[in-house]
Design a protein around this ligand. Structure first.
Ligand code: ADP
Length: 287
């Protein structure tokens, strides 16, 4: 069991199910409503917690009524959020989603009044208490300062960076982390059509994974490039967050000292299991 810190955001998703999409200026009644916590880093932590690790989240938590959804969900998943920056003003990042049950379309209005976690907060965390630190690749300017600080003051603490989408300056972070976790949207935005070519073109020294939906995932370790096919569940019911689950599986296996090729297989198995169920709960800790 390891102690793991993740840096990133938590969001609130308010999903209204409607039988048909309303016309402008219309008033309709929702068939049902779900309010859930989202955010890649916190999703990854909910899976790591189920795998038996002690999980901590550091991000910005705004003291407003809706943040209760986030805090209750974190508590339910035994995720410690005492390392967060608490602010009295603003609004947690919130997605207002209209889900049209007739077509399956999801129309999203996003609102936030929430800064990203600053380096000034990160540098006061008790970094030596953690066995692994995972970063969501978002606010690259502040992340660059955090990673330089980490390398300089705690080079013994392994760290990973999730690279989901292109962000200005994100490439400057690649040589500062031990494990890079790429997703298909980022790779495609760089002009590559497959994970293999993309990974082989990278020059950063660390381990690198790249997940590619139903084609499975790849892991580069030095000159070795391993591939894992998907492990399909009996029935695929929900692939949302498969990447966050895959990343959790990879971190768990690596922090437990498993070799990279086995870590790739274990992460793919876990992600496959997640695709066979809704949400992130009840992913057993059989890893
Ligand atoms: P994201 O959530 O970032 O879009 P991917 O779609 O790349 O992530 O999926 C991450 C991993 O989840 C894949 O590498 C694979 O191991 C697993 N996975 C994705 N889709 C399926 C599927 N239909 N069946 C089984 N496993 C899947």
């Amino acid at each position: 069991m390891a102690t793991i810190l993740a840096i990133g955001i938590a969001t609130i998703d308010i999903i209204n199910h409607v039988s048909q999409f309303p016309a402008e200026d219309d008033e309709v009644r929702a068939v049902s409503q779900q309010i859930t916590r989202g955010g890649n880093a916190t999703n990854t932590l909910t899976v790591l917690s189920q795998l038996g690790h002690r999980c901590h989240w550091s991000g910005v938590l705004i003291d407003e009524p809706d943040s209760l959804v986030v805090r209750q969900d974190l508590e339910w998943h035994k995720i410690d959020y005492s390392s967060c920056l608490h602010l009295n003003t603003g609004k947690m990042p919130t997605s207002y989603i209209t889900l049209n049950e007739a077509s399956g379309s999801r129309t999203i209005v996003h609102h936030r009044d929430c800064p990203e976690l600053p380096f000034a907060h990160f540098k006061h965390l008790d970094i030596a208490a953690f066995d692994w630190i995972h970063f969501e690749g978002r606010n690259t300017e502040e992340l660059e300062k955090m990673l330089h600080w980490l390398r300089q003051h705690h080079p013994e603490v392994p760290c990973s960076l999730e690279v989901e989408k292109p962000r200005p300056g994100i490439e400057a972070l690649f040589h500062l982390v031990d494990v890079l976790m790429f997703s298909r949207p980022y790779v495609k935005a760089q002009g590559f059509e497959n994970a293999r070519d993309f990974l082989q073109a990278q020059t950063a020294p660390g381990l690198m994974s790249c997940s590619w939906g139903e084609k499975g995932a790849w892991l580069r370790s030095g000159d070795d490039l391993a591939h894992s096919p998907v492990f399909p569940p009996e029935k695929v019911v929900d692939t949302l967050g498969a990447g966050d689950t895959f990343n959790a599986g990879l971190i768990s296996a690596l922090v437990n000292g498993e070799p990279p090729a086995l870590a790739l297989t274990l992460a793919s198995q876990l992600a496959g299991r997640k695709c066979g169920q809704f949400g992130f709960d009840n992913l057993s800790s059989e890893q």
